[in-house]
Design a protein around this ligand. Structure first.
Ligand code: IPM
Ligand code: MN
Length: 365
């Protein structure tokens, strides 16, 4: 297969975890005889300092021309972020514009913890039971993130307002993607919302439930977001299958999910639009450990696996990667983010060692 990828390394640990992900991508390319073209482009807070914008025009062109985009985490230390004017902060001037540009409405965030790796989780082993396997699907280009943001003053008081808007098209298309995924997995779909309070959530639930009628074979349940947060901790495996979330609630619960499986370093993601999309770790750029070769590259390498499976439709290549990663963990190796008092028998390896081991195993698989 011939494909071209824009590579946006991002900030902080971005370049080092991207380096490992690209090693793995190249191993897969060799093994399966693909032909991948990689074009690197600046993106994120450091791109603001070097190019005057966190999403420079040149990068937009590179992304437009590529088939897909592989993006690292973005953001620098607080003091440096404070030197960036609000209108050039990467969240508002790079990440949201990237999502909007390619209309990446479906954000897949898998939450995987096989039973054999129960000790990664801060939860009791009995709570993890048969293992966690949830695909969280977060709506990514609507809701409060993209509504009007207003700061003003009226009748002697200052105020700020964020509008939350969902159209029927926004909700229907992501609901269809979620039901299709649940059907593929022969799994249940849990629809998360706050319909007891918000108009947008009642609207969301109504449309999702109309879509559900076309999927009578997919077991469906609806849960309020506050209760979902509680249930995720006391009994996460009840959600094995697909969880569908709107943008803001999805942002929050996917971080919580990272905590439940033991590290945000275990959270890859794919952001899928009608024509193209991008993959990225769901976590930040961890500037405090940048350049130390200690970051966990799982989420970046896993994002490449998701690119193969969800974006390019080559699941065998993705399976090789997942299999290799989980084998490394099963052999007792972990990265520093997974160190905890209940994991003292594990062997800690660094970023590049982890990547090298994935490459070796992929080539042998
Ligand atoms: C994420 C991040 C982003 C979000 C930020 C960096 C804008 O937290 O991808 O989860 O809130 O969507
Ligand atoms: Mn987030």
């Amino acid at each position: 297969m011939e494909k071209s990828f824009a590579i946006l390394e991002g900030d902080g640990i971005g370049p080092e975890i991207m380096g490992e992900a690209i090693k793995v991508l190249k191993a897969v390319e060799d093994k399966y005889g693909h032909n991948f073209k990689l074009v690197y482009a600046p993106f994120g807070a450091s791109a603001y300092f070097t190019h005057g914008s966190p999403f420079p025009e040149k990068t937009k062109n590179v992304c437009d021309e590529a088939d897909f985009i592989i993006k690292g985490p973005v953001g620098l230390a607080v003091e440096e972020m404070h030197q960036i004017p609000q209108e050039h902060r990467p969240e508002h001037a790079a990440i949201l514009p990237l999502r909007r540009r390619y209309d990446t409405f479906a954000n897949f965030r898998p939450v995987k913890l096989p039973a054999g790796l129960k000790s990664f989780s801060p939860l009791k082993e009995e709570v993890i039971g048969k293992g966690i396997d949830i695909l969280m699907i977060r709506e990514l280009v609507g809701g409060i993130y993209f509504g009007d943001k207003i700061e003003g003053a009226a009748t002697g008081m200052k105020f700020a307002r964020d509008d939350c808007v969902y159209t029927d098209k926004d909700v229907r298309r992501v609901a269809i993607v979620a039901f299709e995924e649940a059907r593929k997995r022969k799994a249940r779909l849990t629809n998360v919302h706050k319909a007891n309070v918000l108009a947008t959530a009642r609207f969301w639930r109504e449309i999702v439930e109309a879509v559900a009628e076309d999927y009578p074979d997919v077991p469906y349940q609806s849960v309020l977001v506050d209760n979902a947060a509680f249930q995720l901790v006391v009994n996460p495996t009840q959600f094995n299958g697909v969880m569908l979330l709107e943008n803001m609630q999805g942002d929050i619960l996917t971080d919580q999910a990272g905590g439940i499986i033991g590290s945000l370093g275990l959270m890859p993601s794919a952001c899928i639009g009608p024509e193209k999309g991008y993959v990225e770790p769901a976590h930040g750029s961890a500037p405090d450990i940048a350049g130390k070769n200690t970051a966990n590259p799982y989420s970046m390498i896993g994002s490449v696996a998701m690119l193969f499976e969800e974006c390019l439709g080559i699941p065998e290549e993705a399976r090789d990667i997942w299999h290799s990663i989980f084998q490394i963990f099963e052999e007792g190796f972990i990265t520093r983010d997974l160190v905890s008092p209940w994991q003292s028998n594990k062997k800690v390896i660094n970023t590049s060692d982890f990547g090298d081991r994935v490459v070796q195993k992929v080539l042998k698989a």
